[in-house]
Ligand binder design. Structure first.
Ligand code: AMP
Length: 113
């Protein structure tokens, strides 16, 4: 059984997709924690940051470069935003497919956390 984000990437499950290329897919979070909340995931199933290998260099670079592109598409490049990637149980990662949260559209309540 494919994970939920693999299903969104492949189109088997609907997603509010903003951006997709050879390496990554960006879609809006179903339960937004900010006025703008987008998730960027690798098309390939990588469970978390702990599972990124040297062979994934291109994917890792594309994930970070996509942040800037998503911010532009969401109109938050100038106002700013936060990026978060939760890893493992202490990081409170719920979906075991690597993803970067891009949060913006309003000032963050806390500097961190
Ligand atoms: P994390 O705790 O970092 O694993 O966050 C997982 C995120 O995925 C949460 O913010 C969820 O709201 C989001 N999420 C779960 N299912 C979906 C879905 N089908 N489409 C979009 N976002 C989702």
């Amino acid at each position: 059984m494919k994970c939920i984000f693999c299903q969104i990437v492949s189109g088997e499950m609907p997603g509010d997709i903003l951006l997709q290329n050879e390496h990554i897919c960006a879609f809006r979070d179903i339960h937004p924690a900010a006025p703008k909340h987008v998730l960027i995931v690798p098309n390939k199933h990588i469970a978390s940051t702990e599972d990124i290998s040297n062979a994934d260099r291109d994917v890792a670079a594309e994930l970070i470069l996509a942040v800037k592109e998503v911010a532009k598409l969401e109109g938050i490049s100038k106002s700013g935003y936060r990026i978060i990637s939760n890893c493992g149980s202490h990081g409170r990662q719920e979906v075991k497919h690597l993803h970067i949260h891009v949060l913006g559209g309003a000032p963050m309540k806390h500097r961190l956390g």
